[in-house]
Design a protein around this ligand. Structure first.
Ligand code: GDP
Length: 450
């Protein structure tokens, strides 16, 4: 999987990194080639467009880091957008609810549903130390229940005893009862498949869902079917509702389109990938690792990350020094907000530090929360550098200009200024305490600048 895409991309980026400087036209040309490579890999057109737009916008706005070449910067941006497209972080199975946790497996015949059910059971038993029960609700295909029982013996996981002539709902009921009575943590329900989507199948899935109220509904889809797998997921989600996807046959020589488009098109995470017929051939879907496999540029990505972290560190130290001296202007606030946004919220960062409860209250009363961080930065960015350094010169006409520039009301600017004044005063008083040997300010400032 991904081999051909990976080859093409490394060709494009090798060319890019060999140049010392890059013009906009160079980046555009490279992006054109990237788009072509993605389309050849059967990635959905929407995804290709959004991918390319994001890379282009970020390349234009990227901070220039001296120790990094423009080509390396572009690769890092492509890597980041790729990770985002794949879903950012690995999404684990939801198995920590109150037991028994019900996981319902759905998908077309031959996708690998039964095999994957047994693989998941084995994984939950071995890694999560769960007591697992599997039950096949497939009463259509002869021997489907027997197939699961055989796999169950192989992975040493219990399967629900087979009772002939029961309906899927009756089997689901027995499974739920057995789980309650016998103390299973997780019940895996393997459902019937069809060669294609049809209404009776969807109805059966919807009925089982409303009866069993599963915590997870996992669609098992064959990665080799490319965009068909993505459309299938869309359909299943619209009709039955799914919580995640397992892509099978990732060991095959598919072009990778399904893996790359799935998240963006369906909004649902790929939770696991199956990479073979053996019972251990199941992995979590880790976007960073997959992106690295596709790009094969892990070294460059790590290099750029390190350089960027160094710059952030220098900036944080500079801000901490200023704050420790009791200086805290609007530019400092803007820098802190930018950093806080990156770190997942200023209040969260402050909350980590014992002894700054007072400041935390101040922040809370100032209503600094993650939703308005962006707006506040926009306000400050609409100010001139002089205004940022001397907020006192901000009289009515300047405020009106800034309000127009940042798309907010003047009141909001006043609120921000008041909040900044409160913080600056606090910095000053804590700075004083520091001089008297309190030491708190230094820590608080470091924390702010993390
Ligand atoms: P179901 O009809 O959806 O339950 O599909 P099965 O679980 O019976 O699988 C159909 C075939 O696909 C079996 O021969 C499996 O061994 C094979 N299979 C399942 N998952 C994978 C995978 O990730 N890679 C490969 N190469 N084969 C797989």
């Amino acid at each position: 999987m991904f081999e051909s895409l990976s080859d093409k991309l490394s060709g494009i980026f090798d060319k890019l990194t060999r140049r010392g400087s890059l013009t906009e036209a160079d980046v555009e040309e490279a992006l054109r080639e990237v788009r072509r490579a993605l389309l050849d890999a059967d990635v959905a057109l929407d995804v290709v467009r959004s991918f390319s737009d994001k890379v282009q916008n970020r390349a234009v706005g990227a901070n220039v880091i001296k120790s990094i070449s423009p080509g390396q910067m572009v690769i890092k941006i492509v890597n980041d957008v790729l990770v985002e497209t794949l879903g950012e972080t690995a999404e684990p199975l939801n198995t920590e609810e109150r037991p028994p946790v019900i996981i319902m497996m759905v998908g077309l015949q031959g996708a690998g549903k039964t095999t994957t059910t047994a693989k998941i059971a084995k994984r939950l038993k071995e890694r999560n130390k769960k007591r697992v029960l599997m039950a096949s609700l497939d009463v259509k295909r002869p021997a489907a229940q027997e197939q699961l029982a055989i796999l169950g013996r192989q992975v040493e996981v219990d399967t629900l005893p087979i009772v002939p002539n029961q309906t899927p709902l009756q089997i689901a009921r027995r499974a739920a009862e057995a789980a309650r009575l016998e103390g299973y943590d997780v019940v895996l329900l393997d459902t019937a498949g069809r060669t294609h989507i049809d209404e009776p199948l969807m109805q059966e899935m919807a009925d089982i869902k409303s009866y069993a109220s599963p915590h997870e509904i996992l669609l098992v889809a064959d990665a080799l079917t490319g965009q068909d797998a993505v459309n299938l997921a869309k359909n299943f989600d619209a009709r039955v509702g799914i919580t995640g996807i397992v892509l099978t046959r990732m060991d095959g020589d598919g072009r990778g389109g399904a893996a790359l488009s799935m998240r963006h098109v369906t909004g649902k995470p790929i939770k696991l990938i199956a990479t073979g017929e053996k019972m251990d051939a199941l992995d979590e879907f880790a976007p960073k690792r997959i992106a690295d496999r596709i790009l094969g540029m892990g070294d460059i990505v790590a290099l750029v990350e390190k350089a960027a972290a160094t710059i952030d560190q220098q900036e944080a130290e500079r801000a901490a020094m200023r704050m420790a001296k009791g200086k805290f202007d609007l530019q400092d606030l803007c820098d802190q907000l930018a950093m806080a946004e990156k770190m997942g919220g200023l209040t969260g960062i402050m909350g980590l530090l014992p002894g700054v409860a007072k400041m935390k209250d101040q922040l809370a009363s100032a209503n600094i929360d993650d939703r308005i961080i962006k707006r506040q930065r926009a306000i400050i960015l609409s100010m001139t550098p002089k205004e940022r350094r001397n907020p006192d010169i901000l009289k009515a006409s300047r405020k009106r200009r800034i309000a127009a520039g940042s798309g907010v009301k003047v009141e909001e600017i006043n609120k921000l200024l008041k909040q900044h004044r409160g913080m600056a005063d606090l910095m000053k008083s804590m700075g004083g305490a520091n001089k008297r040997g309190g030491g708190l300010m230094g820590r608080a400032a470091q924390m702010m600048g993390l």
